[in-house]
Design a protein around this ligand. Structure first.
Ligand code: SAJ
Length: 421
């Protein structure tokens, strides 16, 4: 731990699922935080103390920090003592990482530097990105020195501290989780760690920037590969007419076995994306990691075939429960459930698909244009359908009494109704 607590101002670039909770966590500890986003609606919401996303306890934290005056928001990057970049790092065609948001954020920071600042990348990024930030800043500000040029006395420090919070538990994990802080130099890592010491109760582990970048990708790939193992088992068990849930629960009685849960595929903006960054960095060598992505990406298509197998040759609609990428959240990004609805609608254009998602008021654009897809209430969907597929184990669905599913053909992709329907 550093002797002197951080007392500077922080500008957080990107007020999404990571930037906003991080801003709130710092501001709740009295640090003056200026949140920056290119989306004027997001900025207006935060200025009004409101939260544009659903995440437990975030609303209270943001409202409190705005009311205390420690959190403000703007569309312009201000001057600050620390800059945190928390913008998306999606992939483009061919699964190559798209660093355009990181570059744009860096270029917006550059004119505000006076010397003495720390620039921290939080976005999950391929190895070498933090170094690129240092180089981009140097190109924009030849009047200053950066750590890749002058390791001992740079005018600006640059580091990476990858976020690792779990959606649905962000406000708990942002405080409790250990953090990995990688600097372009050890000095950069130490400076960046001071900012995290403000709110992080976990261990802050220092390393170099590329190792921190890779460690984050490894975390999510580890999970992806393990989920792929569970999904492959599910596919095999479907073929052999065995109950995969029973088999996994038996195998997990072994003290060193912990198979994860199979499902309809892997969604979200992290686990379905980050392993591709490793593949892009070492395409010849990342064989298992690539295969895991392919296994998980094939899963929605397998679910579609199984739902079609349950459908009688009549006109009855099919009920599809859940659109989010996992239980009890409103996030539809990269959701396998959305993919399943889309594929099923294309394969069965004359069948009404009654989609139930209690966390949204409207279908996402990619589904709203499809004429046989409707967003309905749970009661309506169950009343009208013979086939019911559970795609997301939202508590509201898992808690359904067995009678609600009596006389239905049921596909439970999450194992939520095991032993009930
Ligand atoms: N899933 C399964 N079976 C399982 C576990 C998950 O099918 O046994 C599916 C989920 O339904 C979902 C997807 O995988 O579609 C991902 O869900 P998740 O809960 O495993 O992870 P995320 O994407 O919400 O958050 C992950 C976390 N990473 C790890 O657990 C290693 C989180 O800590 C990261 O901060 C986050 O990615 C991120 O932002 O990178």
């Amino acid at each position: 731990m550093s002797e002197t607590p951080w007392t500077g101002d922080v500008a957080v670039i990107g007020l999404g699922y990571i930037g906003l909770p991080t801003s709130a966590a710092l501001a709740m500890h009295g640090v003056k935080v200026m949140g920056v986003d290119i989306n004027a609606r997001t900025v207006a919401a935060v200025q009004a103390g409101q939260v544009p996303i659903v995440e437990p306890d975030l609303d209270v934290a943001v409202a409190g920090a705005v009311a205390r005056g420690t959190l403000t928001a703007s569309t312009e990057v201000p001057q600050a003592d620390a800059f945190m970049i928390a913008v998306p790092t999606p992939f483009q065609d061919g699964y190559e990482p798209d660093l355009s948001y990181v570059k744009a954020a860096t270029q917006a920071i550059a004119p505000q530097l006076r010397g003495g600042e720390i620039v921290i990348l939080e976005s999950t990024s391929p190895p070498g990105t933090t170094l690129k930030i240092s180089e981009w800043l140097a190109a924009a500000r030849p009047d200053l020195t950066f750590p890749h040029q002058d390791a001992e006395h740079p005018s600006v420090n640059v580091a990476h501290c990858p976020e690792r919070v779990l959606p649905g538990r962000i406000m708990v994990e942002i405080v409790a989780n250990d953090r990995v802080v990688g600097g372009i130099t050890p000095g950069c890592a130490a400076r960046a760690a001071e900012v995290y010491e403000v709110f992080c109760k976990g261990q802050i582990v220092l390393t170099d920037a590329a190792s921190a970048e890779m460690a984050k990708l490894v975390e999510n790939s580890f999970r992806d590969v393990n989920i792929a193992f569970a999904n492959e088992l599910a596919h095999i068990c479907e073929h052999l007419d065995l109950d995969v849930w029973e088999i996994i629960s038996l195998a997990n009685h072994h003290p060193r076995v912990n198979v994860l849960n199979p499902g309809p595929g892997v969604g979200g903006h992290c686990i379905a994306v980050d392993p591709w960054f490793i593949v892009a960095a070492a395409p010849e060598h990342a064989q298992l990691i690539r295969k895991a992505r392919e296994v998980n990406d094939a899963r929605p298509g397998e679910v579609v075939q199984r739902v079609r197998g349950l459908m009688a040759p009549n006109e009855k609609p099919v009920a599809l429960l859940g659109l989010a990428f996992k239980a009890d959240i409103d996030d539809l990004r990269e959701s396998p459930a959305v993919e399943i609805v889309k594929e099923l609608a294309a394969a069965e254009p004359n069948r009404r698909l009654l989609v139930v998602e209690p966390h949204v008021d409207f279908l996402p654009l990619e589904l709203s244009a499809i004429k046989n897809v409707e967003l309905t209430a749970l009661g309506t969907a169950l009343a009208e359908s013979e086939v019911v597929a559970l795609l997301v184990d939202h508590r509201r669905f898992s808690d359904l009494p067995a009678e609600a599913l009596a006389n239905k053909s049921v596909l439970d992709t999450r194992g939520a109704w095991r032993g009930r329907a």
